[in-house]
Design a protein around this ligand. Structure first.
Ligand SMILES: Cc1cc2nc3c(=O)[nH]c(=O)nc-3n(C[C@H](O)[C@H](O)[C@H](O)COP(=O)(O)OP(=O)(O)OC[C@H]3O[C@@H](n4cnc5c(N)ncnc54)[C@H](O)[C@@H]3O)c2cc1C
Ligand code: FES
Length: 345
């Protein structure tokens, strides 16, 4: 048995199997709905239910509060329809454009770029043309079936031959996947992955100046977006704000300095929250999104792309919209949610 979902205002329709979340069916049908974690933790897939009934699986209150649920909002990633439904959602042009592929990949390189950051190079099968948009992510499928998401740090134009993706992985002690990356993983290991996923990528139909906001390994998809802009000669003014605790945590600082030197449209502002005396840091300090607000108090004409720890992404959205007049729909983000966030109260 299937139900029919209609998305307004675009008037796109697709079928959802009984017991299947709306988002999973939309991705399969190549319908570009907005989303991030696919797991009820980030809120990116929030949409309005105009007609019909759904049942919500487990999700975080901060992704969808009871009041929002009562007001008719749903998370498409964990809502299964009980009837045909009509939902109101902004379509993301290009999000469903490339096929989602399941494939093996081979570990080509593991570089310790910082004490808790590994830069992985993973070779893809040459016979499966993996396509994605700069900013999107892949999921690793672990032995027990659980999945972990990582954003490509190289643009598709930089895949090389044989094709290889670059990922930036931060160690979360006690974490199922990253304990393995920082422990037993070695070159030539084979991993299973699936992708591309995500609606976090450059909206190329806009000419607004851009703020690229990253914390920690949130730098990965931002780097891919910069590489993509360079490859496509997109010259919209862009300001990269990269926040980290100490100087050593800016694990690709030289890359960013050089990019800003070579690209006249790119400005780079590194921001440290816990600079150490031996960092000899004379740059910006504090919360990275606050540095944006100091420099750009009026964001009404900008577009913001934010990526990294959930607290940074949430604070930036709230404060940019409330205090800097950023239109809410011009804020695009991927929050790096993990098991820890899913078990928060
Ligand atoms: C769209 C997206 C893109 C992402 N891209 C990146 C990226 O490019 N780079 C990157 O570094 N990360 C990224 N992440 C985060 C990444 O997917 C993982 O969540 C992260 O690496 C942790 O995985 P893990 O398996 O090591 O830890 P998990 O097993 O998920 O555990 C995370 C932490 O929570 C603790 N924990 C586990 N279970 C519980 C529990 N029940 N209660 C409380 N605490 C618990 C663990 O001890 C650990 O410290 C992304 C996430 C999303 C959603
Ligand atoms: S809450 Fe649905 S995609 Fe994150």
């Amino acid at each position: 048995m299937t139900f029919r979902i209609t998305v307004r205002p675009a008037e796109r329709t697709f079928e959802v199997a009984r017991d299947e979340p709306i988002l999973a069916a939309a991705i399969r049908a190549g319908i570009g709905l907005p989303y991030g974690c696919k797991d009820g933790a980030c809120g990116s897939c929030k949409s309005r239910l105009l007609e019909g009934r759904v049942i919500h699986g487990a999700h975080q209150q901060k992704a969808l509060s009871l009041a929002e649920e009562e007001a008719g909002l749903i998370l498409t990633c964990c809502a299964t329809p009980q009837t045909d439904c009509v939902i109101e959602a902004r379509m993301v042009p290009g999000a469903g454009e490339f096929p989602v592929l399941k494939m093996p990949c081979r570990v080509m390189g593991i570089e310790r770029a910082a004490a808790d950051v590994a830069v992985l190079r993973l070779q893809l099968p040459a016979n499966q043309a993996f396509q994605y948009r700069a900013g999107q992510y892949v999921e690793f499928i672990l032995r027990d079936g659980s999945r972990r998401s990582y954003s490509m740090a190289n643009a598709p134009e930089q895949l090389g031959a044989p094709p290889a993706i670059e990922l930036h992985v931060r160690h979360m002690p006690g974490g199922k996947f990253t304990d393995h990356v920082f422990g037993a993983m070695k070159e030539k290991d084979i991993l299973r992955m699936e992708g591309p996923y995500g609606s976090f990528f450059l909206r190329e139909d806009s000419d607004r100046p851009i703020v690229l906001l990253a914390s920690g390994t949130g730098f990965a998809p931002i780097k891919a977006i910069i590489e993509h802009m360079r490859a496509k000669a997109i010259e919209r003014p862009a300001a990269l704000y990269w926040g980290a605790r100490t100087r050593a945590d800016l694990y690709r600082h030289e890359w960013a300095l050089q990019a800003a030197q070579e690209l006249p449209w790119l400005r780079y502002v590194p921001v440290l929250s816990e600079a150490r005396p031996d960092d000899r840091w004379d740059g910006r300090s504090g919360f990275v999104h606050r540095a944006v607000m100091q420099d750009l108090p009026d964001l009404s004409g900008h577009q913001v792309y934010a990526c990294g720890v959930p607290i940074m992404v949430e604070s930036a959205k709230r404060d940019f919209v409330a205090s800097c007049r950023l239109p809410e729909e011009e804020f695009y983000s991927d929050a790096f949610t993990s098991e820890a966030d899913k078990h928060d109260a």
